[in-house]
Write a protein that binds this ligand. Sequence first.
Ligand SMILES: Cc1cc2nc3c(=O)[nH]c(=O)nc-3n(C[C@H](O)[C@H](O)[C@H](O)COP(=O)(O)OP(=O)(O)OC[C@H]3O[C@@H](n4cnc5c(N)ncnc54)[C@H](O)[C@@H]3O)c2cc1C
Length: 283
Amino acid sequence: MIPAQFDYVRPGDVSEAVRVLSESEEPKLLAGGQSLTPLLRFRLAYPDVVIDLAGLTELRGVQDDGDRLRIGAMTTHDEVLHDPLIAAHCGLLAQATRTVADPAVRHRGTLGGSLAHADPAGDLPAVALALDAEFVISGEDGERTVPASEFFQDYLTTALDIGDVLTAVRFPKMSGWSFHYEKFSQAAQAWAVVGVAAAVRPDGGGIAEARVGLTNMGSTPVRAHGVEAACRGIPARADALRDAARTADADTDPPNDLSAQADYRRHLARVLTGRALARAAGL
Ligand SMILES: Cc1cc2nc3c(=O)[nH]c(=O)nc-3n(C[C@H](O)[C@H](O)[C@H](O)COP(=O)(O)OP(=O)(O)OC[C@H]3O[C@@H](n4cnc5c(N)ncnc54)[C@H](O)[C@@H]3O)c2cc1C
């Protein structure tokens, strides 16, 4: 289908993007277009103006920001995959990004677009939630920072207001942690039926701390707080981590859809969480 008619603007900087957003009735920001373009073509979105962020080089790239990495919102998935700072300090993000779609999508799609779109089946929101990422947002009232725990609010809904641009995401440097992203999908290079982002901080022969985020187990990514508590201080053994993962589906509300029924997703969440924790612990 052909999209409904809209105006097209390429702002010169973020403040111009914010100004155009505030002056428009129904604006839409365009990043890599991998989710927005299908919405336009199916006429599920019909903005009066599309604001293309492609020219804003200030929104691209990765910077060392002390105890965090600041990743520009327009950094593509492929750039995330090849960035040495991300490889050194935030390997879980790179590992999950490697499972996103195929090389063509990864060359166009962006980290910021994936997180702003907030599809609960997307792989990167669960990573951002598990790692306590911070979202840097520019709007009419200036810049603010929102923690991941407040950013994802509902299905395709975030803390971004209509006049806001997500400019960067700040991920903590995870020194001393090991990690694994476990994704169950029905075909290679497909969306997750369920995914688990896990990070553990080993201490001697045990687990000092764990972080777990779940993909496609509700209308938003879900943090498995019960599992994290159950992991604290247990031996780094596969059976102990499997036991800790038994409550992975608590506080979830997984969808019933053509890929899987909710009870099957609950089963997957428990099994995949045990597996992700064990792999993160090097077992
Ligand atoms: C065939 C295919 C398979 C895919 N498989 C997967 C998969 O397995 N796992 C996965 O996680 N994803 C998958 N995706 C989605 C992919 O990750 C997209 O890159 C992502 O969803 C959107 O990123 P984008 O940069 O293309 O954003 P766009 O499509 O340009 O934008 C998406 C939405 O975010 C908004 N937005 C974008 N940037 C900003 C910003 N800086 N500030 C505020 N709002 C913004 C837009 O207005 C729009 O509403 C797939 C996509 C395709 C086409």
